[in-house]
Design a binder for this molecule. Structure first.
Ligand code: CA
Ligand code: CA
Length: 108
């Protein structure tokens, strides 16, 4: 049986998946429910992990907006599913930039 937390002999994508899981739990266990991010935990996670993409994570309104957008079931906490949606949406946005950049580079 394979150990899903084994970090040897895993593909790049599998590593990325493990890192998403580890990153979420690194912040979700600080207060309240161990398996969800409170607003405070979300703020720490955003500024520590997504500062390059979100920039103004220190901005309370920005955190509130992200929380509002993410908290699909309106329980005031971001669970792992909601977190994956955030990372997925940001990854799509990054890919759009990547494609745009490549298109410009290829034009002659
Ligand atoms: Ca928590
Ligand atoms: Ca929620």
């Amino acid at each position: 049986m394979s150990n899903p937390t084994n970090t040897e002999n895993v593909s790049t994508l599998e590593t990325a998946m493990q890192l998403m899981i580890q990153t979420f739990h690194k912040y979700s266990g600080d207060e309240g429910d161990k398996y969800t991010l409170s607003r405070a935990e979300l703020k720490v996670m955003l500024s520590a992990e997504l500062g390059n993409y979100l920039g103004n994570a220190q901005d309370k309104e920005a955190v509130d907006k992200v929380m509002g957008d993410l908290d699909a079931n309106n329980d005031g906490e971001v669970d792992f599913t909601e977190f994956v949606i955030l990372v997925g949406a940001l990854t799509v946005a990054c890919n759009d930039f990547f494609l745009e950049y490549n298109d410009k580079g290829e034009k002659k």
